[in-house]
Write a protein that binds this ligand. Structure first.
Ligand code: PCA
Length: 155
């Protein structure tokens, strides 16, 4: 299994969360919530209002999100779904654990520290002008910013 941190449309209640609960795509276990140890610009960009964590550390905010354990099949699906490596690249980042739900974990599955290394879909392939967009700390497609995510079938 692989540990992944999601901060955008894959979070609970967000437009693409349904893929995380589709057992045909692979195995997914919710582990808890956290935020990036480093700061990043999280912007909502492009004509489809897509959230992007820009690969510009020490800029912006600590980004809130959810930690999941996923199997090989789901990780492969998510890479394709997220347009990795063109639109996003999957990198490893340190995530501060805010709440751990994996209460049934065996001792060796339990995180030993207050941070955990996770895969994250961030991007180096952004337009320079995205750096002047609003930096969010917690993505919500339905938030007050009115930049509602445009579903793929509606593009
Ligand atoms: N999906 C991935 C990256 C951005 C997005 O919308 C996520 O939720 O982490």
């Amino acid at each position: 299994m692989h540990t992944i941190f999601v901060y955008g449309t894959l979070k609970k209640g967000q437009p693409n969360y349904h893929v995380m609960t589709d057992s045909k795509l692979g195995k997914v276990l919710f582990k808890g919530s956290g935020r990036t140890v480093d700061k990043y610009p999280l912007v909502i960009a492009g004509q489809d209002n897509i959230p992007f964590l820009l690969e510009v550390p020490r800029t912006g905010h600590h980004i809130a999100g959810e930690i999941y354990s996923v199997d090989d099949q789901m990780l492969q699906f998510l890479d394709e779904f997220e347009g990795c490596p063109d639109m996003y690249q999957r990198t490893i980042k340190s995530i501060e654990i805010l709440d751990w739900e994996g209460k049934d974990d065996s001792p060796e599955e339990r995180p030993a520290a207050s941070t955990i290394e996770c895969f994250v879909y961030s991007t180096t392939s952004y337009k320079p002008e995205w750096l002047s967009l609003t930096y969010h700390d917690c993505y919500d497609s339905y938030g007050a910013h009115v930049l509602r995510y445009i579903d793929r079938q509606d593009r």
